[in-house]
Write a protein that binds this ligand. Structure first.
Ligand SMILES: *Cc1c(COP(=O)(O)O)cnc(C)c1O
Length: 474
C-alpha cells in the first residue's frame, strides 16, 4: 500500500502521465475502435493476491485501458453533447478526492454545504435566474428531473404519495423531442410511462403549446390529474428551444408544475444575448442545467434550481436519529434536496472554474465556439450535395447529404448512415446522428474546451472527403 509520506514522489509519474495525456490527446483515435469483450478478456479473472507496483499498474493503464477509451476531451470530439473538462476542474477534482469528504449534511463538511450554496447563487446571477430560486448540485440532469417530478407528484397529491403510494391517473407532459430521462423518471416515480403524454412539435421541433393545452383540457375532462410539464431549453436531438412563455402561461392557468430541462443549452444563458430562451422563467418551478456539458467542469455536476426549496425538502426529508444535528434549520442539509444520502464535494470544481476563468473567460470561450460553428455551418451549406437539416444554433449544426434527385427516404437514410460511418472510420473525428422527421441527420457539436479553428478545419475536410467517397460509390 502506498504511504502518504511519499505522495510527492509517488505521484510524479501520474502527474506526468496526465500531462502527456492532455498534451497528446489528439494522437489517439477519438472513438475507441475496440470490439466488445476486447478489454474484458485482458483483465485477469481474479484480483491479485500480492501487491503490485504502481509502475505495473500504469503500464497496464496504457496497454489495456487506454485503447478502450473514447476521448471526450479530444478537440475533435463532436459527438452527442460534450462532457468537457478543464485544467482547473481537473485540479479541483484531485483536491476533492484528496479531501474525500462525504458531504451529506452541513455538519459533515460545512464548507462544502456553504460553497455549494454560494456557487449556485453565483450561477443564478450569471444566468439571469430570479433571486427567489435556490440551487443544489445533483449528479445528473436525469436525477434532477426525477427530483422535479417527485416533488410535483407530492405537491399535486397533497404530500400523500410518499406516504400512501401513488394514485392512478396522474399525468405528465413533454414534447416528442424531450430527453429519454423524462420517460425514465415518470416510470420510476410510479406515475407510469403511459401517463407521460408526448405533445407534438412545430417544424423547428419545439413543443406546440396549443396542442399541450388541448391535451390538458381533454385529460381533465376524462378525470386525469395533470401534475407536471417538462419544457426543453435545447433538446438533445436538435437543440430546439420550447416556447417557455406560452407553456408557462398554460401551467399557471391549470396550476401545473413546470420543470425546465436545459441540461445542455442552459450554459448559453451566461451570454445575455441568449436570455430570451428563458423568457417566462418567473413562472417556472424547477430548472436544471449541466455545467458538466458545456461549462468546462468535469462530469458530474448538474445544477438544479427550485423556486420553493421548502417543498423540495418536504418531499425528500428523512430524519433518522443518527443524522440529527443541532444545526438543523439553520443551514442547508443537502441530503434533503435530492435522492442519495451521500454526496460528493462537487462545488469545489465550480469554484475553481468560475474563479480561474471568470465570467468573461467563460463567455469568450462560448462565443468562440458559437463563431466556429457559424463558419462550419456556412462551409457545409456551401458544399454541393449537402444540406443543413435545421438552422444552426449555438455551437450545433445538423446536416445531411442530399444529392440532387435522390428522393426516397430509405435510400437517403442508407446513404447518410454510410456517410457517418465513413466520417468516423479514420478515428480522427467523431460525430453522431439523430433523426429529424424520419430523416437520418448528422449532428456536429463544437464544444470541447480546447477546440480551435484548425480542428474544425480538419473536421470539415474529413467530412468532405467522406462525402466524396460515399457519393462516388452510390
Ligand atoms: C444530456 C441531457 C440530459 C441527460 O443528462 P445527464 O446529466 O446525463 O442525466 C437530459 N436532458 C437533456 C436535454 C440533455 O441534453
Amino acid at each position: 500500500m502506498l504511504d502518504p509520506k511519499n505522495f510527492k514522489a509517488d505521484s510524479t509519474e501520474i502527474m506526468e502521465w496526465i500531462d502527456q495525456y492532455l498534451n497528446h490527446i489528439s494522437d489517439f483515435p477519438v472513438k475507441s475502435p475496440v470490439a466488445p469483450g476486447e478489454i474484458y478478456s485482458q483483465i485477469p479473472a481474479n484480483a491479485p493476491n500480492k501487491p503490485e507496483s504502481l509502475e505495473q499498474i500504469i503500464q497496464d493503464l496504457d496497454l489495456i485501458i487506454m485503447p478502450g477509451i473514447t476521448h471526450w476531451q479530444h478537440p475533435n470530439f463532436h459527438a452527442y453533447f460534450p462532457a468537457n473538462s478543464s485544467v482547473e476542474s481537473i485540479m479541483a477534482e484531485c483536491v476533492t478526492s484528496a479531501i474525500g469528504a462525504q458531504c451529506m449534511i452541513w455538519d459533515t463538511s460545512p464548507a462544502a454545504a456553504e460553497l455549494e450554496q454560494r456557487m449556485t447563487e453565483w450561477l443564478r446571477e450569471m444566468m439571469g435566474i430570479p433571486i427567489e430560486y435556490e440551487g443544489v448540485i445533483q449528479d445528473s440532469a436525469s436525477s434532477a428531473s426525477l427530483v422535479a417530478l417527485l416533488t410535483a407528484r407530492e405537491v399535486a397529491t397533497n404530500f400523500t404519495s410518499n406516504e400512501e403510494g401513488v394514485p392512478n391517473k396522474l399525468r405528465v407532459y413533454c414534447s416528442t423531442e424531450t430527453h429519454s430521462s423524462i420517460e425514465k423518471a415518470v416510470g420510476i416515480c410510479g406515475i407510469g410511462k403511459k401517463n407521460l403524454i408526448k405533445i407534438g412539435v412545430d417544424p423547428q421541433l419545439r413543443l406546440n403549446p396549443e396542442l399541450l393545452e388541448q391535451q390538458i383540457k381533454m385529460d381533465l375532462e376524462k378525470g386525469y390529474l395533470p401534475i407536471a410539464v417538462v419544457a426543453a431549453i435545447g433538446t438533445t436531438g436538435t437543440v430546439s428551444v420550447d416556447p417557455l412563455k406560452e407553456i408557462a402561461a398554460i401551467c399557471k392557468s391549470y396550476d401545473i408544475w413546470l420543470h425546465v430541462d436545459a441540461a445542455y443549452a442552459g450554459t448559453a444563458l451566461l451570454l445575455p444575448e441568449y436570455r430570451w430562451m428563458i423568457d417566462g422563467i418567473e413562472q417556472v418551478d424547477s430548472f436544471v442545467f449541466n455545467p458538466h456539458k458545456w461549462m468546462f467542469t468535469n462530469f458530474d455536476c448538474s445544477v438544479y434550481f427550485v423556486k420553493k426549496a421548502e417543498i423540495l425538502i418536504k418531499t425528500f426529508e428523512v430524519l433518522p436519529e443518527y443524522l440529527k444535528t443541532k444545526t438543523r434549520g439553520l443551514v442547508n442539509d443537502y441530503r434533503d434536496w435530492g435522492i442519495p444520502l451521500g454526496r460528493r464535494f462537487r462545488a469545489l470544481k465550480l469554484w475553481f472554474v468560475l474563479r480561474s476563468m471568470g465570467i468573461e473567460g467563460i463567455q469568450e470561450k462560448l462565443r468562440y465556439h458559437i463563431q466556429l460553428n457559424q463558419s462550419f455551418s456556412e462551409s457545409i451549406s456551401n458544399s454541393p450535395g449537402f444540406e443543413l437539416a435545421m438552422e444552426p444554433f449555438l455551437n450545433f449544426t445538423c446536416f445531411r447529404l442530399q444529392p440532387e434527385g435522390l428522393e426516397s427516404t430509405e435510400l437517403l437514410n442508407q446513404l447518410n448512415e454510410r456517410f457517418l460511418e465513413e466520417i468516423n472510420a479514420s478515428g480522427r473525428i467523431f460525430l453522431t446522428h439523430t433523426k429529424i422527421n424520419d430523416l437520418y441527420t448528422i449532428r456536429m457539436i463544437i464544444g470541447q474546451t480546447y477546440v480551435e479553428e484548425k480542428h474544425v478545419e480538419l473536421a470539415l475536410s474529413e467530412i468532405q472527403s467522406a462525402a466524396e467517397k460515399v457519393l462516388t460509390k452510390m
